[in-house]
Ligand binder design. Structure first.
Ligand SMILES: Nc1ncnc2c1ncn2[C@@H]1O[C@H](COP(=O)(O)OP(=O)(O)OP(=O)(O)O)[C@@H](O)[C@H]1O
Ligand SMILES: [Mg+2]
Length: 377
């Protein structure tokens, strides 16, 4: 019997919990031809959600392209990644791909290769030295042209959008801003991590994409939705788990999809066939997970300065909403002053160790948070 909980990688319909409202909102945005920035902390389910929404679009009315920007590093690779995704979404044979490439991306040079299963793949290169990428605007205007010529709505998704902040110039952002302004029947959905998109793109009036679209924060999944999801997966595989334990598990994971699935995976492994999960099973699963991470977590801990360790140790003992810059917190944790806490917070935010929600802070990796808690207590 294989473990019914999946963590890491994209989850599809069979392993997807709830997100009904989010799916509805996304579909509406795609229907309306909106520009939407969807953001969350890491591994909260952005890619899975968008891919599910795309797969539900009626094929007769929509065309869509999903562009993963992770491997890109500048305007040139951005332009060819977009051209490739768009072409492959419109055609599946080599001849048709070349025809699409020629008709929409005439400024780029196409090459056809076969992937490991023998299916054709197209890639593009720029004609010039790639430095100025004059083709970028043309590439970004192609979706509107496709919508017109094929008489369909087009949805463009850019995943890992925060990558463009590392391109070294804001040309891509500027070109995007003008390209997305006036394309009819095309919706643009940008996915990215909260910290980058929020701080650098929405709040900064000097950035080209400031207020260029709506923004949509993605949060954790409620315990109410996890209860039937987790319970049925145990039941279907001949094991049982009661609501109290699921509730406790969700409190520990904060309802964060990745950590919830990971913890369920571990609990399921430990639970004997036909048995019921007990509080001890859950504790054992947590210890096991922390043990597996212990080497990495110890290394991370040792990389922190004394003040940073004091701050984190203090943080895990507080309830959410704690005033970490307040005198009480500073004194209790031997942190010298509010300004030294400020420095610690800035550094830890920068390293993605902590994250901010409604003005309070928490350790981003929920298992590392448990590890620190165990150390302190
Ligand atoms: N709706 C869901 N139901 C159940 N599990 C989910 C759901 N969404 C995400 N997950 C869990 O979270 C993990 C990460 O999902 P996904 O890769 O979609 O997140 P992401 O936000 O795109 O991550 P990243 O920030 O790394 O790009 C999945 O492997 C799965 O375990
Ligand atoms: Mg993702």
């Amino acid at each position: 019997m294989s473990n019914p909980f999946k963590y890491g990688g994209i989850v599809n319909k069979g392993s997807f919990c709830n997100r009904k409202q989010e799916l509805k909102d996304l579909s509406r945005a795609m229907e309306n031809g909106d520009r939407l920035f969807l953001y969350s902390e890491r591994r909260l389910g952005k890619t899975s959600l968008v891919k599910l929404a795309l797969s539900r679009l009626p094929k007769k009315e929509y065309l869509y392209a999903y562009v993963d920007l992770w491997p890109t590093d500048g305007e040139a690779s951005f332009a060819v990644a977009v051209a490739k995704a768009v072409t492959e979404s419109l055609a599946s044979t080599a001849d048709k791909m070349l025809a699409v490439g020629k008709s929409f991306f005439g400024g780029l040079i196409p090459t056809i290769t076969a992937d490991s299963s023998g299916d054709p793949q197209i890639s593009f290169t720029l004609r010039g030295d790639g430095k100025n990428a004059p083709e970028l605007l043309d590439v970004l205007k192609a979706p509107g042209e496709i919508a017109k010529r094929r008489n369909r709505k087009v949805v463009m998704v850019f995943d890992e959008f925060q990558r463009i902040l590392e391109y070294g110039s804001d040309k891509t952002e500027r070109t995007l801003r003008s390209a997305i302004q006036d394309q009819e029947n095309v919706s643009f959905v940008f996915l990215g991590s909260r910290k980058h998109l929020i701080q650098k793109m929405f709040l900064d009036q000097n950035r080209p994409l400031y207020r260029a679209g709506g923004h949509y924060p993605l949060g954790p999944i409620e315990t109410r939705a996890w209860l039937p999801f987790i319970k049925s997966r145990f039941n279907k595989t001949g094991k049982t788990i009661n609501s109290d334990i699921i509730t406790r598990l969700c409190e520990i994971s904060g309802g964060h999809p990745f950590y919830t699935q990971h913890l369920c995976h571990a609990v399921w492994e430990i639970c004997e066939p036909g048995a019921e999960v007990t509080g001890e099973t859950l504790d054992e699963a947590i210890s096991l997970l922390l043990e597996r991470e212990s080497y990495a977590y110890t290394g991370l801990w040792e990389s922190f300065a004394v003040n940073q360790r004091r701050f984190l140790s203090g943080l895990v003992q507080e309830t959410s909403g704690a005033q970490v810059f307040g005198g009480a917190f500073v004194q209790k944790n031997n942190l010298n002053s509010a300004s030294s806490v400020q420095r610690v917070v800035e550094n830890l935010l920068d390293r993605d160790v902590i994250d901010r929600e409604d003005g309070s802070f928490f350790i981003a990796d929920r298992f590392f948070q448990l590890w620190v808690k165990k150390r302190v207590l």
